[in-house]
Design a protein around this ligand. Structure first.
Ligand code: SF4
Length: 956
């Protein structure tokens, strides 16, 4: 395409230097990738090592830029979409990120958070060097230290704890995971039960509900091939697996699928749905059971699947021992069981239309095996008994036989790749009751949000506490209790905050260690984005660009900005130092599989994994590459195009040999462990439950003292309408929803994202606002069980009347003494504590500031939102262990003297609420003195001997 000659106006503008010269020589023209209106083209991979394109900022001069294009993956939510980093060959800097078309999950597309990675890596406030506190903890004083000093100090302290048998005082607490087994391997090598995670404030309610059915804890909906899609809240589809799911939902809908979204808030996803079901929060399970009743009563269920794959015989034998064990009797009894869940009952409970429930139940019945469902945070994580929502939702999948089918809902594990490691240390011989206390034997993950209370009670201490991309002071409920314990050196001996950016928890650390953003670190990723399976490689792109340029370096921090490192190499080096005399049995787990006796390096670690991915070595060889270099080049590999019905996988002859078959149940066991089930005379894998079937009836619930929930049930939430005093101003608050462009703790340094979303008002329906006589922007005092916060109201028709909601993303803060970080989004606050009462007030909102980024002077917003989570007490669900986020709040107009952003919390009340909920628990032991059912998954599963409470010798 030839450049047209400049017009007269352009020539004048050029001479006045308003625009750059258009007549200067430019050399060869670059062909356009978007010619003919085709926007789907990407630079071809054979040119990624040497790609030239015009510089957008150089307009109208055709300034050429030469790039090395390096694939990596996004780190801004779990789904790890593919990114291509454009590394400027002249400056050796990343200029921008675009999608990677070779990534099977994201297929070249990203949400706003993907390309905004460029903001994060160029943030002028970022932490570039390891820092050590230089004053009292929390004083805000820091000094730069070397990585060598960091490793020596932390390694020595860990070594001492291990030598003294204090393994349970070492913990690694993860916020954003994404390592695929890396850290589990490290912790096992250390022989510490030290894994702690954020999962019980995130997803374990839903996980428990799925697990109790079929031993898998997450769903993988096949949206693209579905006929009907039912989403319980939009959380996943508008925030978490946002882009990969959203694109497949749209594909499914374009092919004729209908979608329903159950959410009291008209989310982006609900606004695109055929049915918006604005249920009263916490009543979702009642509505789902009403749909199940219609499907049962009208015979819309999939009899073949139910007969073969539901443990109905076990149900009849346990609950109706005098009945003849026939499928017909099972259906009769099940219809009786759910007789009370009429559409009228559910509609009244949820305050929705009866007709909508009936219509959607019919649509589900019609969709049959092509019924895709999902449930993540919101309802599952909001309510006492929230886990029942996932259980009742999956009940609909079971009834329709849409478990594992094309267009249905598979277990997540079927669409997730598991890496093979070069070395597998044995399971640790410790059980840490600070993470898995006996009060919560069924808790699906660690009771991480109770840690401050456990430490205050003196149940133990943390001598070496790593927080990794984790910010509980701000993200968790009861953040002031976290501040209490993090400042107490008796309770937390050494706190190491490993983070790519400043956060409220890092202010209370001893070391702040700068870890890489997406393009500065190694990880492998695999997520259930659709009905296939893929593996992706998150790699430090400057390292790969340097390798391509033939440069020498040792560690990733040699090529990253400043001395930003990555965890992978850090853990290898730290483990080596901990076992400095090679007498703890740790070093042997960090030796190269390729160089006898030498310490492994990070290339070798991934080399081994990629050499053992089915099909990858052959694919790489076809291009003359090693598997590692194939992944460095393309960034992703499709392991299985589609993976359905894996429960029908035949047991191999080798496995079958020497096994036993239970005549009455058909369960195949080997060495005492169930390995499959006989179906139609064939031995197949089935599901990883005791019955190897879908467990409509759960003997586990009976055995662990929760027999009233042996079958799918509805539990009234702690914020049920019955608990509200409406005259006094009580409302249920839904505090869990995501804004699609923000990340919990890591978007405050992304200027594009904070420009789009920078406030979190209270969503309130027009009719409720009229009742209060308020308008958008007016101040409200929101009182929780432990304190209050002052926020603005946003009056909208997009909220169910009688319910309020507030996004949890905003209200980031720093104190005057803290390092200036995340200034795009942090309010400066003043904090005080009188007795047990903490208060926080905003001194300054967001302001323009001088920095190396000219945009920081152009900040036009001043509102950074309000920190609501810190005013919530802990609400541990007594069964799943999930923190139940929803709050019963009292709403009133702000009082005289109340200011926007004010927060007040009484931590003595936090303790009282914690104890009240603790009283609901039904502690272990279960059968045989167990702490936990053996068949339940557990993060970083320890040696089986530790599962028995009385076997204390194993913990000595
Ligand atoms: S959905 Fe968005 S934030 Fe999540 S990985 Fe993909 S691009 Fe990143």
């Amino acid at each position: 395409m030839k450049t047209p000659k400049p017009t007269l106006v352009e020539k004048i503008a050029e001479s006045l230097r308003i625009i750059p010269g258009l007549n200067e020589p430019e050399g060869m023209e670059i062909p356009s990738l978007t010619e003919h209106g085709d926007l789907t083209k990407f630079p071809p991979p054979e040119k990624w090592d040497d790609w030239t394109e015009y510089e957008a900022k150089g307009w109208a001069r055709k300034e050429k830029k030469n790039y090395s294009i390096v694939p990596t993956t996004c780190f801004n939510c779990e789904s790890a979409c593919g990114l291509l980093a454009y590394v400027d060959k002249d400056t050796e800097e990343v200029r921008k990120f675009e999608g990677n078309p070779y990534h099977p999950g994201s297929r070249g597309r990203n949400c706003a958070k993907g390309p905004a990675t460029i903001n994060q890596i160029k943030d002028s406030d970022r932490i570039l060097y390891p820092l050590k506190r230089d004053g009292a903890r929390g004083s805000g004083k820091w000094k730069r230290v070397s990585w060598d000093e960091v490793l020596e100090d932390i390694g020595g302290r860990m070594r001492k704890a291990m030598k003294e048998g204090r393994q349970n005082e070492i913990a690694y607490h993860v916020g954003r995971p994404g390592h695929e087994g890396y850290m589990d391997r490290v912790l096992k090598a250390w022989n510490v039960d030290g894994h702690n995670s954020h999962t019980n404030i995130c997803s374990s309610g839903a996980r428990f509900g799925y697990n109790i059915w079929h031993g898998y804890d997450r769903p993988s909906p096949d949206h693209a091939n579905a006929d009907f899609i039912l989403l319980i809240s939009a959380h996943l589809e508008s925030g978490h697996y946002f882009n990969p799911h959203a694109q497949r939902i749209i594909e499914g809908m374009m092919a004729g699928a209908k979608m329903a979204c159950m959410d009291p808030r008209l989310s982006n996803t609900a606004s695109m749905a055929n049915y918006w079901i604005p249920t009263y929060p916490g009543t979702e399970a009642a509505v789902l059971l009403a749909m199940a009743k219609i499907i049962l009563d009208e015979g819309l269920y999939n009899e073949k699947f139910m007969r073969e794959w539901v443990n109905w015989e076990e149900y009849l034998q346990a609950k109706h021992p005098n009945d003849e064990v026939t499928f017909e009797n099972f259906i009769l009894r099940t219809r009786e069981l759910y007789a009370e869940y009429t559409p009228e009952f559910a509609a009244k409970e949820a305050n929705i239309d009866v007709a909508q429930i009936v219509e959607i139940a019919h649509e589900i019945g019609k969709a049959g095996e092509k019924f895709a469902t999902h449930n993540w945070r919101s309802a599952g994580s909001g309510n006492l008994g929230g886990w029942c929502v996932a259980r009742c939702l999956h009940f609909l999948n079971v009834l329709t036989g849409s478990v594992g089918t094309v267009g249905g809902t598979s277990p997540n594990a079927w669409n997730k790749f598991k890496p093979k490691f070069f070395d597998n240390p044995p399971a640790q011989k410790f059980w840490n009751e600070l993470h898995f206390p006996n009060e919560y034997p069924l808790a699906f993950f660690e009771m991480s949000f109770l840690l401050p209370h456990f430490l205050k009670e003196g149940r133990g201490k943390m001598d070496v506490y790593f927080s990794r991309v984790f910010n509980p002071v701000w993200t968790y409920p009861d953040g002031f209790s976290w501040m209490d314990v993090l400042q107490d050196e008796e309770k937390v001996g050494m706190h190491i905050a490993m983070t790519p950016t400043w956060n409220e928890t890092a202010y209370f650390a001893d070391y702040v260690l700068p870890m890489g953003h997406a393009s500065e670190r190694h990880d492998i990723n695999s997520y259930a984005t659709h009905g296939g399976t893929w593996i992706a490689f998150r790699q430090p792109v400057l390292r790969e660009a340097a390798r391509r340029a033939g440069k020498n370096f040792k560690f990733t921090y040699d090529v990253n900005p400043g001395e930003v490192w990555e965890e992978d190499e850090f853990w290898i080096e730290l483990s080596w130092r901990v076992d400095k005399d090679d007498d703890l049995g740790i070093r042997k787990h960090f030796k190269s599989p390729y160089r006898e006796g030498e310490k492994i390096n990070i290339d070798e670690y991934y080399q081994y994994i990629f050499e053992n991915v089915k099909g990858l070595p052959e694919k790489a060889e076809s291009e003359g590459l090693t598997p590692l270099n194939y992944m460095k080049k393309y960034g992703a590999f499709e392991v299985e195009k589609s993976s359905y019905n894996k429960h029908l996988t035949p047991i191999s002859e080798e496995q079958f040999a020497g096994s036993n078959i239970d005549e009455s149940t058909g369960v195949v066991t080997k060495d005492g462990e169930p390995i499959g089930i006989m179906i139609d005379g064939k031995a197949v894998t089935g599901f990883p439950t005791p019955s190897r079937k879908q467990e409509f009836y759960s003997q586990t619930m009976v055995d662990w003292k929760w027999g009233e929930h042996s079958t799918p049930t509805y539990i009234k939430s702690h914020i049920h309408e019955e608990k509200m005093d409406r005259e006094a101003g009580d409302f249920p608050l839904v505090p869990t929803f995501r804004l699609p462009v923000l990340i919990h703790s890591r978007s405050a340094n992304a200027k594009w994202l904070t420009e789009i979303a920078n406030r979190n008002p209270i969503w309130m329906h027009t009719s409720d606002a009229e009742h209060f006589g308020i308008e958008s922007g007016d101040l409200l005092r929101i009182t929780t069980e432990i304190g209050y916060f002052i926020d603005k109201v946003w009056v909208t028709e997009g909220m169910k009347p009688g319910i309020v909601a507030c996004s949890h993303h905003l209200g980031r803060w720093r104190r005057p003494q803290d390092v200036e970080g995340n200034r795009w989004a942090t309010n400066t606050v003043k904090m005080d504590k009188e007795g047990e009462v903490w208060s926080m007030e905003t001194i300054n909102g967001i302001k323009p500031y001088e920095s190396s980024d000219a945009d920081s002077k152009r900040i036009f917003w001043s509102d950074g939102g309000v920190h609501q989570n810190i005013t919530f007490p802990v609400h541990p669900d007594p069964i799943s262990g999930m923190h139940c986020w929803h709050q019963k709040v009292r709403i009133e107009k702000a009082r005289p003297g109340d200011k926007y952003g004010d927060v007040s919390v009484d931590t003595s009340k936090s303790k009282m609420v914690y104890e009240k909920w603790l009283d609901m628990a039904r502690p272990a032991p279960g059968p045989n003195g167990l702490r936990r059912p053996l068949w339940f998954k557990r993060a970083l599963r320890p040696d089986e001997s530790t599962y028995y409470i009385d076997d204390k010798s194993k913990n000595d």
